[in-house]
Design a protein around this ligand. Structure first.
Ligand code: GMT
Length: 375
């Protein structure tokens, strides 16, 4: 099948899911066309089934905001015609589902019918999408999609609660390529980051408010009082400066290392003992799944789709949002009991394997078939 995938190309869950899905589909013989404003970060173009088409938005002094949706829908129309693309799969409703629908309508004017699948990822529904300034357009785009999927049951429920949705929403969970984790990293050297006897605690995110970065620091502050440890902070974002300042104020600057964005997430996770994810909300928590696949137990908040991934008392622990004392207690409990930690690491790997790409990609292929029948 010839499929156009529209996504955000940046570091972050929805872009990573869309990219990995496209690569997996290409490996299964589909012809994949990524259409976005920059080459997706995890995309290597060394595959004859993968194409990338950049959306350019010409600047004009009159525009205070550049009309990206307009440029994207025009690009979609052009690429569908040029490459005879058969299906649009848009990731993240804003503004991709809106632009996708416009492209569909323009193509219909020329007698070309093309189904559109929209995958909802989280903030496009919860934090951003339900804002009154966006809500009518997001509701419209969801209802005009031929098939709608969400990455967790929790996100499906949120969508049905927050929007007047006429469509069914199919849950297709996020996934991970377990093949990548079968082979242990040969250079998994924790000595690069920590001294002998120190535990390594990791947090990876886009450092937005929703991630509650200050809770990460507070939890680590309590941990390091009881267990020799280092905190690895991976990612970039608006809350990073505040977090660095807080680390200094608490006198733990030498133990909290801020490493910026990384293309070597798996290498970092391979020598991590624990992952912290105290988010305010998380539709799924792909990064928790990545940690688990690397055998890293997760201390997280009990919110959104996280409990669908991180199993309390099995692969890690869940606490109420903001309950840093409970998170710290759970972390210390695990880090000071070698046997328990080993069991949780093993459980984490096993639970992650349930989300193996091999199990999930066929679900998307079924969704595509369904889209043809309803379009
Ligand atoms: O976490 C973010 O802010 C990034 C965002 C995105 O669009 O990339 O992540 C959302 O989609 C991911 C992939 O489906 C989910 O794993 C994240 O939980 C979700 N983020 C939130 O719901 C806050």
């Amino acid at each position: 099948m010839k499929i156009a995938i529209v996504c955000y190309p940046t570091f972050g869950g929805s872009g990573v899911v869309a990219t990995e899905l496209g690569i997996a589909l290409a490996n299964r013989g589909h012809e994949i066309h990524f259409i976005t404003y920059k080459q997706p970060v995890r995309l290597a173009l060394l595959n004859s089934n993968i194409h990338f088409h950049e959306v350019h938005v010409p600047k004009y002094p009159l525009f205070h905001y550049q009309p990206y949706e307009l440029a994207l829908s025009s690009k979609l129309v052009d690429m569908v015609k040029l490459h005879k693309i058969e299906l649009l799969h848009v990731h993240y409703a804003i503004p991709h589902a809106y632009a996708g629908y416009m492209a569909k309508q323009m193509l219909a004017e020329e007698g070309i019918s093309i189904p559109m699948v929209t995958t909802l990822h989280g903030t496009d529904i919860t934090l951003v999408g339900s804002h009154p300034f966006y809500k009518p357009a997001v509701t419209f785009s969801i209802n005009k999609s031929d098939v709608v999927t969400s990455v967790s049951s929790s996100l499906r429920e949120d969508t049905l609660r927050l929007f007047e949705v006429k469509n069914d929403i199919h849950v297709v969970p996020n996934f991970i390529d377990m093949n990548k984790y079968k082979k242990k990293f040969e250079d998994c050297r924790r000595s690069m980051m920590a001294d002998e006897g120190e535990r390594i605690i990791t947090h990876i995110s886009n450092f937005r408010k929703v991630k509650r970065i200050q809770d990460v620091i507070k939890v680590f502050y309590e941990i390091q009082k009881k267990v020799p440890a280092k905190l690895l902070m991976i990612g970039e974002g608006p809350e990073k400066e505040k977090a660095e300042l807080m680390s200094e104020e608490l006198g733990i600057a030498e133990k909290a290392l801020y490493l910026g964005n990384s293309n070597e997430i798996d290498r970092i996770l391979c020598f991590s003992d624990l992952f912290l994810l105290p988010s305010e909300t998380e539709s799924f928590g792909l990064v928790a799944l990545e940690a688990m696949a690397n055998g890293v137990p997760v201390i997280s908040s009990n919110t959104g789709g996280i409990p669908e991934v991180n199993k309390n008392g099995v692969t890690g622990f869940l606490s109420e949002v903001g309950d840093v004392a409970d998170m710290a207690r759970n972390a210390i409990k695990l880090l000071t009991d070698e046997n328990k930690l080993e069991t949780f690491k093993e459980n984490a790997r096993k639970e992650a394997a349930k989300f193996d790409i091999e199990n999930i990609v066929p679900l998307y292929e079924e969704i595509y078939q369904k889209a043809f029948t309803v379009a």
